[in-house]
Design a protein around this ligand. Structure first.
Ligand code: ZN
Length: 123
């Protein structure tokens, strides 16, 4: 009789351990996903800001027939951009690297944290 009791007790301990292991596994799987979501949000935010800057430079150049010197404050002052946007990631710098050549029509907008966050790139 006592042997059966032991078996029952062992089984419940294994069940308990399995449940704990299962919960731990779920946490291990979910935690990085949670951080990835935050990182992806920042990445999308950064790209959206660069798109706005890109469009603002294009409008600035076509309206004024001149190149853009790279100072976002100039775009804000002239009303082409709402804010002098900054990258949401904390990195080496937060000011975007921007330039526009009126002669060639080339516009370049780069994230200052591109080295650390390669996905922060305007396509
Ligand atoms: Zn960025």
């Amino acid at each position: 009789m006592p042997k059966v009791k032991d078996k029952k007790k062992k089984f419940s301990i294994y069940t308990f351990i399995s449940i704990i292991a299962f919960i731990a596994l779920i946490f291990i799987l979910l935690i990085p996903r949670f951080f990835n979501v935050k990182e992806r949000e920042k990445q999308e935010d950064c790209i959206a800001k660069m798109e706005k800057i890109h469009n603002a430079i294009e409008n600035y150049m076509s309206d004024r027939s001149q190149s853009f010197n790279g100072d976002l404050v100039e775009l804000v002052r002239t009303g082409y951009l709402k804010h002098a946007y900054e990258c949401p990631e904390d990195g080496v710098g937060d000011k975007y690297i921007a330039s526009g050549n009126f002669e060639t029509g080339e516009v370049e907008v780069k994230c200052p944290n591109e080295k650390d966050f390669p996905e922060h790139k305007l396509k």
